[in-house]
Design a protein around this ligand. Structure first.
Ligand code: PMP
Length: 977
């Protein structure tokens, strides 16, 4: 028998013995036995003849029966209805003579056997990622478990338990000799010193309770619900239950939740948030929580290292792949920051004390702090504020789940010439600190200690300042600390960075300049705003109650908007900025935008912004006045359309343009009826809603107007005539002919056929070759007009053509354009022939207050200039080809992708549950979009079944952005949800 394969190997029973015991003592017929893990017990899963399974636990010889019976009492307490909500615990099976423990003599020793029900689910350790809501549920469950044991009997003997978090230093001391790596020794030593400090201050005030005490990620099961998300489903293994500090329950849950996380504090905060909704956390408990949880992981690594060194035990040792890196991350986390983060999560007040005002003085007197923007005219200095998004850092990948660091810690000053930096308070250069140096060897990160007559000292950290002093030297208030020199910034500017800290530990560890938004309040409490240190007026972050954060914006929208006006995403981003193909939220997180085709030439395009601002500052009026811009723009826009389409009506929205186009067609033909393509969307006015199957057939729809007639959607993926069928175009167009004939024979020939040049809201549908040619011919043969709705797809997005209808080789009678035309400014247009425009002129005047105003015309012109000057049409062709190929490749690996289609930078990915039945994967599409957003990529479902991911980014989207999009989608599709 091997004694090294697992910790339990020494006591192992054979499968036959287990099956025999089950039969003889429990009357259960076992079929097969699978070994499960366990530190002391031999645990096995046994499948039974009736199809169910049980867990058989065989205790080591000499196990204390009364203790096992006590654990069973706890299982019963936790298993009472509603105690843990929907979360289950195993039930204990009784032997044939009604006992819950069977004592079995075998091979010369007596062993206690218990049998429990098998619960399905994946252990938390098996899930590739843990959502914050799952971690919150874990916290909720831990709190409920503690409550379940309120008044529970005490354990029969006051046993001391090896894994009791309160005993961490002792256990670490026992095994530390097995750890040889000096870095690891230092990390463990630091964490244990935090433990000692916290326990010395608060240990005596900790409340005690019976606890389950083993919320580790092997003992918690999760299950995927129909909503596609994992929820906590069960808590297993009561064998480590104990009477100890009540906070131990949360400590263990937090410790294991931090494993594998790049950002352990965010995971810990989620667990604490959940716990605190159920159970109050005391001041003493919150103060010890982080040191205890970190120390618990130290016990793990040290114990498993010791056992592995001593006797080759592998059980537990393998987990250290995850545990050591987490211990390292925790050791690099200032404990006071961690406490502040967890306090925030627990709903406990986080101190927000300002810097003492008396020491505030301008330390950079040779700079004028007023120009806050380096690009401002005559500006010589730029000041970046404490805990504000550092957007100048440019486009960055940031994730919501992974919570990238996006806020600047401290103040940054960048100036075009070198400047001197003076000490705000009397200071001592902190000994032993001199990190990066200039080429001449001068220290450039200066850490100062400011002793204060009353109160604790403060530390300030100055990066980018070359100082002539050595550690230990004193500097009086107002004296020179050093000089900011361009040599250090690499861009010829002098850049310094200043942060202030309440502890040396935080000051020494605050090597990062950016911190996570979720930790901003915590950072503010441990590192106050140094603005006054550098002579800037302090600008405190508003109190949480004064912030327009995502939650408040959504709640206020809910009050003041109709429910029918939905917003994107379950956890909405609170957007405050954009640039090119990227958007930013209030927390400085950046999102790659793959859906805003409106921002055609890029968010906040400088040329468009400048044109708008300049025109706004000069003249804005309406089109009954005469001004050059409107004439120039009409000439420019119509020049881009085929010959003959030369008369423009400038409107404010695509809906309005389509509404006007229908009105023109009806008046010009003297007819009422209109043909639309099934699934189309043409706008939100009363007329266009009745002409949009996407609305009138969707939720809340009341059917078409009596004058609306659908033609079959030419869909190569789902329709009767699939991709590759050379006759598909004609076959689908035949339906237009049928409808024209039918209506004509009924005495109401149609006024118009309106079709998007490629279908947007229907889910990026591209017509087969020849479709519009034959459909237009049929309509014209019936005496009606052909309207191309180019609102989604025009202005070069298709790449090979400027207008999407050109890809079908047709020239419409009326074209409507919108969305990208004004790059986000509300403008749209109807363009038609002189003949039709004249026929519309019945004497009734047409006037549009805002359409074609000077500002809109200036913007429209700037958009066209930008398309040309940036070569965006060509760029769309190349990037779109690359995008489509990358998505096609992804479809080879992910079954959920049913179809990928695209033309230039207008693409769609249709998700299906089954490639045979093509059942729409509606919920999945929404989840994928939510997860993509959490990873910093914006995409959203569309189509009648909302199972198509629409992809229509601002055209500055680069091939590198394509990589980000595709790799993120790949990662999200590979997840366990
Ligand atoms: N036509 C199409 C094809 C559209 O996609 C839309 C908007 N989604 C419209 C018209 C209506 O445009 P707007 O929202 O500017 O009124």
């Amino acid at each position: 028998m091997s004694v090294v394969s697992t910790g339990q190997a020494r006591f192992e029973w054979s499968s036959e013995t287990i099956i025999e015991v089950l039969r003889g003592r429990y009357g259960l017929r076992g079929l097969s036995v699978t070994a499960l893990g366990g530190e002391l017990d031999q645990n096995s899963a046994v499948s039974l003849e009736d199809g169910s399974s049980v867990v058989v636990k065989v205790s080591p010889p000499g196990a204390d029966l009364s203790h096992i019976r006590w654990q069973h009492e706890l299982i019963n307490l936790a298993g009472r209805p509603d105690v843990l909500g929907d979360v289950q615990v195993p039930t204990v099976r009784a032997t044939l003579d009604g006992d819950t423990v069977a004592e079995i003599d075998h091979d010369g020793s007596t062993r206690a056997v218990t049998v429990q029900s098998w619960l399905d689910g994946k252990t938390l350790s098996e899930l590739s990622a843990h959502s914050s809501s799952l971690l919150e549920e874990l916290g909720v469950t831990a709190a409920r478990m503690v409550r379940a044991f309120d008044g529970a009997p005490m354990p029969p003997h006051s046993t001391s338990h090896d894994w009791d978090p309160l005993r961490a230093p002792e256990l670490v001391a026992d095994g530390i000799a097995s750890v040889s790596d000096p870095v690891k020794l230092d990390e463990v030593g630091r964490i244990i010193s935090w433990f000692d400090r916290a326990m010395a201050l608060h240990g005596a005030s900790l409340p005690f309770s019976v606890v389950h005490h083993d919320f580790n990620d092997f003992n918690i099961l999760a299950r995927q619900d129909p909503d596609g998300r994992h929820h906590i489903h069960a808590v297993l293994d009561f064998a480590d239950a104990l009477h100890t500090a009540r906070i131990s329950e949360l400590t263990v849950a937090v410790a294991y939740a931090m494993l594998r996380e790049v950002d352990p504090l965010t995971a810990a905060a989620a667990v604490v948030r959940g716990y605190a909704t159920e159970l109050e956390i005391t001041e003493a408990e919150i103060a010890v929580l982080f040191p205890l949880a970190a120390a618990r992981l130290c016990v793990n690594v040290v114990t498993w290292t010791r056992r592995n060194v001593e006797d080759g035990t592998v059980y537990g040792f393998e987990r250290m792949r995850h545990t050591w890196p987490t211990v390292s991350r925790l050791a690099a986390t200032p404990p006071e920051l961690a406490e502040a983060v967890l306090r925030g999560a627990a709903g406990l007040p986080v101190a927000r004390e300002a810097l003492p005002a008396d020491g505030a003085r301008c330390v950079v007197p040779d700079l004028d702090p007023s120009p806050l923007d380096a690009s401002a005219e005559g500006g010589q200095a730029w000041f970046g504020r404490h805990l504000e998004p550092d957007q100048r850092a440019g486009v960055r990948r940031s994730t919501v789940t992974g919570q990238s660091a996006t806020l600047r810690l401290g103040v940054a000053i960048e100036a075009t010439q070198p400047f001197a930096v003076h000490a705000p308070f009397d200071a001592v250069i902190e000994s032993g600190f001199a990190s990066s140096t200039t080429s001449s060897g001068t220290p450039t990160v200066v850490l100062l200690r400011h002793d204060r007559p009353e109160g604790n000292p403060l530390w300030s950290r100055w990066t980018g300042v070359a100082t002539p002093y050595a550690p230990g030297q004193s500097i009086a208030a107002g004296e020179l600390i050093g000089r900011a020199v361009p040599e250090l910034s690499g861009v010829g500017h002098s850049t310094i960075h200043v942060s202030v800290h309440r502890s040396l530990e935080t000051a020494s560890q605050a090597t990062q300049v950016l911190v996570r938004p979720s930790e901003a309040d915590a950072w503010e409490s441990v590192s106050p705003d140094p603005a006054e240190f550098v002579g800037l007026p302090a600008a405190r972050r508003p109190e949480p109650s004064g912030r327009w954060d995502a939650e408040r914006v959504v709640a206020t929208r809910d009050v003041h908007f109709a429910r029918s006006q939905r917003s994107y995403y379950q956890r909405a981003m609170n957007l405050v900025g954009g640039q090119g193909a990227w958007l930013y939220d209030d927390l400085g997180r950046s999102y790659l935008d793959a859906i805003n085709n409106v921002s055609h030439v890029g968010h906040a395009n400088p040329r468009v912004v400048a044109a708008a601002a300049a025109q706004m500052g000069r003249l804005n009026t309406n089109s009954r006045f005469v001004y050059p811009g409107i004439a120039q723009y009409a000439e420019r826009l119509t020049s881009l359309l085929p010959d003959g389409l030369e008369v423009a009506f400038l409107t404010c929205s695509g809906s309005e343009a389509n509404d006007l186009a229908i009105r023109i067609a009806r008046q010009v033909t003297g007819r009422r009826d209109v043909l639309v393509v099934d699934g189309a969307y043409h706008g939100s006015t009363a007329v266009m809603t009745g002409l949009s199957p996407n609305r009138y057939k969707g939720p809340g729809g009341t059917g078409p107007d009596p004058t609306t007639h659908e033609v079959v959607q030419p869909n190569g993926y789902r329709g009767l005539h699939p991709y590759g069928d050379p006759a598909a175009g004609s076959a689908y167009a035949a339906d237009v002919r049928r409808q024209v004939d039918r209506l004509t024979s009924l005495g109401k020939p149609p006024a118009a056929f309106i079709a998007e040049s490629a279908m947007g809201a229907a889910g990026s549908i591209f017509y087969p070759d020849g479709y519009l040619t034959e459909a237009y011919a049929a309509m014209r043969a019936g005496g009606g007009l052909c309207i191309a709705d180019e609102v989604q797809v025009g202005f070069g997005r298709f790449g090979d053509v400027f207008w999407a209808f050109e890809s079908q080789g047709v020239v419409p009678d009326i074209v409507t354009v919108g969305k990208p035309i004004g790059n986000g400014h509300p403008m749209a247009a109807v363009v038609t022939t002189r003949e039709i425009a004249d026929a519309f002129d019945s004497g009734m005047r047409y006037f549009n207050t805002f359409g074609g105003n000077p500002v809109s015309c200036a913007i429209g012109t700037a958009v066209l200039d930008e398309i040309v000057d940036q070569g965006l049409q060509q760029h769309a062709a190349e990037t779109g080809r690359h995008f489509k190929a990358a998505l096609d490749e992804l479809a080879l690996r992910h079954e959920l992708i049913g179809d990928v289609r695209g033309h230039g930078m207008y693409l769609g990915v249709e998700l299906v549950r089954d490639r045979q039945t093509k059942q729409p994967a509606t919920e999945e599409a929404l989840l994928v979009s939510e997860f993509m957003k959490d990873e910093g990529v914006i995409v959203y479902p569309t189509g009648l079944d909302n199972n198509n991911l629409k992809i229509k980014p601002p055209l500055p989207f680069t091939p590198a952005d394509v990589e980000i999009f595709v790799s993120t989608l790949d990662e999200v599709l590979s997840r366990d949800w």
